[in-house]
Design a protein around this ligand. Structure first.
Ligand SMILES: CC1=C(CCC(=O)O)c2cc3nc(cc4[nH]c(cc5[nH]c(cc1n2)c(C)c5CCC(=O)O)c(CCC(=O)O)c4C)C(CCC(=O)O)=C3C
Ligand SMILES: [Fe+2]
Length: 329
């Protein structure tokens, strides 16, 4: 039996990420790329612009992608490329470079772990669009979903234990674990595949596994970073409202665990470390926040595991459809 090719005949690894601004002048053009055609109100955009400008117009996400690539490099015997959906280095520019370097078939590692239009299909669509722009673009095989990979769970479990340890000793046992993920419109959540409500189902699975690994039975899953027009329903409760509810219940300490994200990017460092931290302070709740998977050594090594697996079957075209847009048939 010939096994050549069964382990995936890739000649490069392509890390695909969201992208983020790297200076004050990048912020608005970046935001316009993100929300093009998505019906995000202008006021929301200006609010989010202020979050970025507060950090000098620099999102941490690009630096974190560079660090992740350096952490992956020792484990992977392939050239590694990096392309973003919404900011430089753009996917199309990276694919052009790959074509020039003679890359024919690349494995894509996406820095987004769950199913849904925003967290999966939009990445695949953007890869397809970029490939269509580049003559001779390499084939791109997306590595499988890894939300339930033991390494992803282990990274969050280690970081959760570490965040529990940052609380005052007398509060650690009583602290509530609160997992967070990006809210999405209910219509997008319902359509998230591979099964109905895949986004939420997968997040609950990860939350349960991480809680179990740190020996906790009580935990909550809540949502953050809500966007979009106010009349469109999104997943609730919001993390800040949830902190208020917990304070009423008498909860004295909370550990936030942003399992919905892969790196500590702006939605983590602003929406949790600034906004939720302010609310907790007002409520008198002791709060720590666990790091995301980031460059945890097992997470970086996981990419090599995925490359060695049999080639994944890409999501079917109907998986994670775009939600119906208000005002459109
Ligand atoms: C599910 C999900 C993830 C997790 C999966 C994944 O990681 O992909 C995620 C990640 C991220 N979201 C990010 C940034 C933004 N997301 C926005 C807007 C939106 N996100 C949505 C969903 C998600 N987003 C949705 C449904 C919208 C509404 C508009 C639309 O329907 O598309 C906006 C517009 C302003 C606003 O309204 O907030 C910005 C600036 C950054 C970069 C952060 C940085 O710069 O460090 C990252 C990693
Ligand atoms: Fe987002």
């Amino acid at each position: 039996m010939r096994l050549d090719g069964v382990m995936g005949s890739y000649d490069a690894l392509l890390v695909v990420s969201f992208g983020g601004p790297e200076g004050p002048d990048d912020v608005m053009p970046f935001l316009e790329n993100v929300v093009r055609g998505r019906g995000v109100p202008r006021e929301r955009l200006l609010e989010v612009e202020a979050h970025y400008q507060r950090f000098g117009g620099v999102s941490p996400i690009n630096r974190q992608c560079r660090e992740l690539i350096e952490a992956i490099r020792p484990h992977v015997d392939l050239p590694i490329y990096w392309g973003n959906r919404n900011w430089h280095p753009f996917l199309a520019d990276t694919l052009r470079q790959m074509a020039a370097d003679g890359v024919r078939r690349a494995a894509a590692f996406i820095t987004s772990a769950y199913s849904s239009y925003s967290s999966c299909r939009q990445y695949l669509d953007d890869i397809a669009r970029a490939r269509a722009e580049v003559p001779g673009a390499p084939e791109v095989v997306r590595l499988r979903h890894y939300f339930d990979h033991p390494a992803f769970i282990a990274a969050f479990a280690d970081h959760t234990a570490e965040a529990i340890g940052r609380l005052p000793a007398e509060l650690r046992d009583r602290a509530r674990l609160v997992f967070t993920a990006h809210s999405i419109p209910l219509s997008m959540a319902a359509g998230a595949s591979p099964w109905r409500n895949g986004y939420e189902v997968q997040l609950r699975r990860v939350a349960g596994l991480v809680a179990d690994r740190v020996g906790r039975t009580q935990w909550d899953l809540v949502w953050q970073s809500r966007s979009g027009p106010p009349h469109v329903p999104w997943l609730e409760p919001d993390v800040c409202d949830h902190l208020r509810a917990l304070a009423k219940e008498g909860v004295a300490a909370v550990v936030l665990v942003p399992i919905g994200f892969v790196t500590d990017h702006m939605e983590v460092v602003y929406d949790l470390d600034v906004e939720a931290a302010d609310v907790a302070r007002e409520l008198g709740i002791a709060l720590t926040r666990a790091a995301t998977a980031g460059t945890h050594p097992r997470f970086a090594e996981m990419v090599a595991d995925l490359l060695a697996e049999p080639e994944p079957v890409n999501c079917p075209d109907l998986c994670c459809p775009a939600p119906a847009r208000p005002g459109r048939p």
